[in-house]
Design a protein around this ligand. Structure first.
Ligand code: ADP
Length: 473
């Protein structure tokens, strides 16, 4: 069974969030289970590109509207990631350092998808499934089904995974010529509420749609940034499959981003050493509980609640805890988090930016991780945190609800709060401080969390069943 993943991100080549982690791991574990999974992504100019050797496998020439462009497909020589990795280069569009955030992202990802489809259309064989991820690859099912030039691909089953339904890749109808020629009465398969909506098109045209947790699928029918009715209508082909984590990258006993390794038996000492490193680097007090946040500083993640909740915690609970924040996003949130430094020096610090190494050290050295998300499709941070013995303090939503049980409940291990409000989050912080004072209880919870199995090995079979079902259709 040959599965082609098409994605804008794949760890460690290029990652901006959870999508990268998933696409870097799912194919590897599918292959371990006997499938042949491959990844196709844009050829950004990242460190990974320059540090590896590549074979050119295809040089093509195609067009987006009346703009003709050459593209090149290269493959990593050694297969070191555990799957074939293909990068697509389009001069002038994809040859950039960052994954997203350019004014011409619409053109970049549309041209990328056209090049991928064009390349697959020239293969002598057909893959069994093409699995596309998020809106940056979601026009592919439409192209397979309805674009004249690719009609011969219409029998290839497609799967769309929604990692984040908030971003849909909207583009105006003035750009309809970007999409390779199709019968105009099929335009409805591209459209949602007056614009071309790639994610909506993917939901309409893919054979199956998956979301990254079951609760998120239920929630999308209520709040999906305008796509609620469509998801309700297409519910028959939607399924929620919880993401896994990659234990070859995320294991406190072997993690190559820090040196003080630990396991279930040595968690107390191991975490204390990593915490000491962190506290020294960020001028914090290692005797107090260390409460962290890692992620995009956006409303979706509830990051706007952090400054007020931290201030309130110091005011109402006292200077009994330390906070360390890692992330970047909205300038106003960044500014407010930076401004807090002067008020709470010694008990608070923030690192604005993206730093993979620091994130691993924080999972290892922190006592608690805050996730006050308004929307959380799956959430990987809480799973990484638990594997590293760090107690997640999460809002009861999406994948957080599916993975974290409050320690007050039977077999519980985390801290859950109901609303994405300053009050509820501050109460979560209060409970963290309380738990930290009961060291034996905390150690027991750490050991319990570390033994939970959130690995891909245990959830990859849900995807394989899905692919096999499609191949038989
Ligand atoms: P998202 O919605 O952002 O994809 P996920 O929880 O699915 O959220 O995945 C977040 C991933 O990105 C985790 O691996 C997390 O450690 C990482 N991450 C997020 N922000 C940063 C940052 N500023 N520096 C390092 N890693 C980060």
């Amino acid at each position: 069974m040959e599965i082609i993943h098409v994605s804008a991100e794949c760890y460690p080549v290029a990652k901006a969030g959870g999508l990268g982690d998933v696409v870097g791991a799912l194919p590897k574990y599918c292959n371990e289970a006997g499938a042949i999974a491959k990844v196709v992504m844009p050829m950004y100019r990242t460190k990974y590109l320059y540090a590896h050797e590549w074979d050119v496998v295809h040089k093509g020439y195609t067009h987006m509207g009346d703009w003709w462009f050459p593209y090149t497909v290269i493959r990593e020589k050694t297969n070191e990631l555990g799957f074939d990795l293909y990068l697509v280069d389009i001069y002038g569009l994809l040859d950039r350092e960052k994954v997203y955030g350019y004014d011409d992202d619409t053109e970049r990802f549309t041209a990328f998808q056209i090049a991928v489809v064009d390349w697959i259309s020239l293969w002598k064989h057909r893959p069994d499934v093409v699995h596309v991820h998020d809106h940056q690859a979601a026009l592919i099912p439409f192209m397979f089904k309805y674009c004249h030039a690719y009609r011969h691909l219409q029998d290839i089953p497609t799967v769309l995974t929604i990692h984040n339904g908030q971003y849909q890749g909207w583009m105006g109808w003035d750009k309809y010529t970007y999409i390779p020629a199709y019968d105009s009465w099929k335009a409805g398969m591209l459209e949602w509420r007056g614009t071309i909506n790639p994610l909506a098109s993917g939901i309409k045209c893919a054979w199956k749609v998956t979301t990254v947790s079951r609760t998120y699928l239920d929630e999308l029918r209520q709040h999906a940034n305008g796509l609620e009715a469509l998801l309700e209508y297409e519910r028959g082909k939607c399924v929620g499959i919880l993401n896994g984590i990659d234990p070859s990258v995320w294991d406190p006993a072997t993690d190559h981003y820090f040196s003080e390794h630990f396991n279930v038996e040595t968690v107390r000492e191991g975490k204390a050493k990593n915490k000491a490193h962190l506290c020294e680097r960020f001028q914090l007090d290692a005797s107090k509980p260390l409460i962290t946040f890692i992620g995009r500083l956006v409303g979706e993640k509830g990051a706007d609640l952090l400054p007020q909740s931290i201030e309130d915690s110091f005011y109402y609970i006292g200077r009994k805890m330390n906070f360390l924040i890692l992330g970047s996003g909205f300038p106003e949130i960044e500014w407010r988090l930076n401004a807090l430094k002067t008020m709470a020096r010694g008990d608070y610090n923030v690192f604005i930016g993206y730093d993979e190494t620091l994130s691993h050290l924080m999972y290892a050295g922190a006592d608690f991780i805050l996730m006050p998300s308004r929307v959380e499709p799956c959430g990987l941070n809480q799973m990484y945190a638990m594997r590293y013995g760090t107690v997640p303090v999460v809002r009861n939503t999406g994948g957080l609800r599916d993975t974290v049980i409050d320690y007050g409940d039977r077999h519980g291990y985390g801290i859950r709060f109901e609303q994405a409000t300053v009050g509820d989050m501050t109460h979560g912080i209060f409970r963290s401080v309380e738990l930290y004072q009961q060291q034996e209880k905390l150690q027991e919870l750490r050991r319990r969390m570390m033994q939970l199995d959130f690995s891909w090995q245990s959830c990859v079979r849900y995807y394989l069943d899905l692919y096999e079902g499609l191949a038989l259709e």
